[in-house]
Every structure is written in C-alpha cells, then in structure tokens.
Design a protein around this ligand. Structure first.
Ligand SMILES: Cc1ncc(C[n+]2csc(CCOP(=O)(O)OP(=O)(O)O)c2C)c(N)n1
Length: 247
C-alpha cells in the first residue's frame, strides 16, 4: 500500500505490526462493535496508520483492496486517520500530542458512565516530547483511570534522528511511574511478552506499556534507520521487503 501511495510512514508501521496483531487478535474486546462500553482504540501517533489500516483489513473490518487507496483523494484511508466517514477512527489524529489527552477524556467518560471497557491508546516515543502528553499523564492518574492502557512505540528514533540526541526521554519508565502510572516494559516483537504486558496492564491503572521495538522490523535495509520514518518503498524495495518478510 505504501508503494502504491508513493509516500507515507514505513518505519514505524513495520515496527508496531506485532503489537497491533496482539491488540486486535488477542487483547481488545468488542472493538468497533456497537456494544455500549466496548473497548476503544486511539492511534495518537497517527502517522503509523498504515499498520493500523492493514490490521483492520486483516481483522475483516475493511476490505484488503481498500488498502491500495491509501493517501488518495477521496479515500477513507488518509495519510493520518480522519474520522469522518471512517467509523473505526474515534477521532482524527496525526497532530502529535492530541490523541492521548482525548483518550484520557474518553476513559474518564467511561468511568463516569460505569462502562467496563478499556481505552487503548498508541503513542510514539518522539510524540512524548509534546507537553500535552505530560498533562495527560498527570490527569489520568489524578482521575485514577484504571481503564486506560497507553502503549509506547519505544524505537528510540523519531523523524530526524535518535530521541536521546534530539530531546532525551530517559529514564522514561521512572518518569511515567512518577506521574502515578503502573509502567510495564516489554519486547515489542515477542508475542508472549506483548500479551503478558497487556494482561498486566489490565490489572491496575492507569497503565503504560513501553514496547521496545525496532523501526522497520523485519526488513534489513529499513531496520533501526530513522531515515525510513516517513519514506515509502519503491517497487524494487517493496519486492525485496516482502521477500524478507516471507510473503
Ligand atoms: C504536532 C506535530 N508536530 C510535528 C509533526 C510531524 N511529525 C510526524 S511524526 C514525527 C516524529 C514522531 O516521532 P515518533 O513518535 O518517535 O514516531 P516514529 O518516528 O518512531 O514513527 C513528527 C515530528 C506532527 N505530526 N505533529
């Protein structure tokens, strides 16, 4: 889909594929149904929507053919999630630092309405450099939002370099814990670890899972290279990548 679009975010999308598979196929309940109090998901790091759209297709919510409309005028699958006409997006995201605070509000609303469901929210590590993220961490613990599960794509890179060289985040786990959150660290490419992380996160909260990931996981010429943050594969690279991924 990225090859066809000719632009988009390849690196982060590949890096979060394992976590998204776990979330949609094992963890989230009644997601995208009409059930009151269903689990909900917000993609705060909206730029990695290719992996989310692919997950939605794999799970049968949208048709696989629609994936090839990525980023085209009139498509529901824009380069960042747009929620009008696309019921799976709880809100439009992509302006970093916005989705997480909205998820906090949603979780608070769920508590007030006594809904049982969980609110899952995906964040990028570079995204944590937005001030609104830390207001949201503070508010979620103030309101004791044990129905909120945030997870971070801790690939150590962002658009133009390494996070620790641009705006250091470490010691990240301690920082988030000091805001009153349960913090879990897990290998974002080990399914047992991912599932154990989500399970523990559901026990008390608010909870944040820091998933250690590799940008571009599974494709040798993309892995760990921040230069692939927002670049699409050309046709030759796409073939090589799919071959490496075993398709
Ligand atoms: C408010 C805002 N500022 C800047 C951008 C442009 N932008 C998109 S992704 C990104 C880097 C985010 O880094 P990270 O969250 O680590 O994502 P990764 O590179 O790992 O996919 C930036 C600066 C944006 N989308 N929103």
């Amino acid at each position: 889909m990225l090859e066809k679009a000719g632009s988009g975010h390849t690196g982060g999308s590949l890096g979060m594929a394992d976590v998204f598979a776990a979330l949609y196929f094992r963890v989230a309940k009644d997601i995208h149904t009409t059930k009151v109090g269903r689990d909900r998901f917000i993609l705060s790091n909206g730029h990695i929507c290719p992996v989310w759209y692919a997950t939605l297709a794999e799970a049968g919510f949208i048709k696989k053919e629609e994936l090839l409309t990525l980023r085209q005028t009139g498509s529901r699958l824009q380069g960042h999630p747009v929620n009008h006409d696309f019921p799976f997006a709880e809100l439009s995201t992509g302006s970093l630092g916005q989705g997480f605070p909205a998820a906090v509000g949603l979780a608070l609303g769920y508590k007030m309405d006594k809904h049982k469901g969980k609110i899952y929210v995906s964040l990028g590590d570079g995204e944590l450099q937005e001030g609104s993220i830390w207001e949201a961490f503070m508010a979620a613990s103030n309101y004791k939002l044990d129905n909120l599960i945030a997870f971070i794509d801790r690939n150590m890179v962002q658009q133009s370099g390494k996070t620790e060289e641009m705006m250091a985040l470490e010691p990240l786990a301690e920082k988030i814990a000091s805001f009153g959150w349960q913090v879990i660290e897990a290998d974002g490419h080990d399914f047992d670890a991912i599932l154990a992380g989500f399970e523990k996160a559901g026990e008390k909260g608010p909870s944040c899972i820091i998933f250690q990931t590799k940008m571009g996981k599974g494709v040798s010429f993309i892995e760990d290279k921040f230069e692939w943050h927002g670049v699409a594969v050309n046709s030759e690279q796409a073939s090589l990548a799919l071959k490496e991924l075993g398709e």
